[in-house]
Design a binder for this molecule. Sequence first.
Ligand SMILES: Nc1ccn([C@@H]2O[C@H](COP(=O)(O)O)[C@@H](O)[C@H]2O)c(=O)n1
Ligand SMILES: C[C@@]1(CO)OP(=O)(O)OP(=O)(O)OC[C@H]1O
Length: 158
Amino acid sequence: MRIGIGYDVHKLVPGRSLILGGVAIPWEQGLLGHSDADVLIHAIMDALLGAAALGDIGRHFPDSDARYKGISSLELLARVKEKLGSANYEVNNLDAVVVAQAPKLASYIPAMRENLARVLGTELENINVKATTTENLGFAGRGEGMGAYAVCTLRKIS
Ligand SMILES: Nc1ccn([C@@H]2O[C@H](COP(=O)(O)O)[C@@H](O)[C@H]2O)c(=O)n1
Ligand SMILES: C[C@@]1(CO)OP(=O)(O)OP(=O)(O)OC[C@H]1O
């Protein structure tokens, strides 16, 4: 078994869609990035790549590369899954937490889990997503941005 950790932060700005776990969430601001800035999936991809000792998303999908401008992070996740498969790994389980003062994310989490399980080709029971505020403290608490942490385990495909 291999364990990996991922962390990412994106800034909240007006005029962008808020996409988390591949789910479009109605909100007055969205996350800024070269891709769709899905901070949850970015943390998850870094955890998956880390567990396989394959580096990080910036190495595989540089933000200087126009091919990734506006790309769906679900599509990037599918590519990470391919890379894991080529290295003979599959997802054992993953757990993640989105750090966001608002909006309330609980009702969107089932759809996020469905997206992640489908793209990673694993059962729903292997995927957990949580959300927390920071009790109004720090950049997330002030609504300046959102963060996400993820941990995962991978197993070798026999
Ligand atoms: N953006 C968020 C943040 C939190 N939740 C849910 O609320 C619970 C309490 O959050 P605290 O930060 O006050 O501990 C948390 O456990 C989540 O279930 C949410 O849905 N969306
Ligand atoms: C996802 C990528 C794709 O170019 O761009 P961003 O959306 O800017 O996200 P970041 O978390 O900064 O990671 C870098 C890139 O891999």
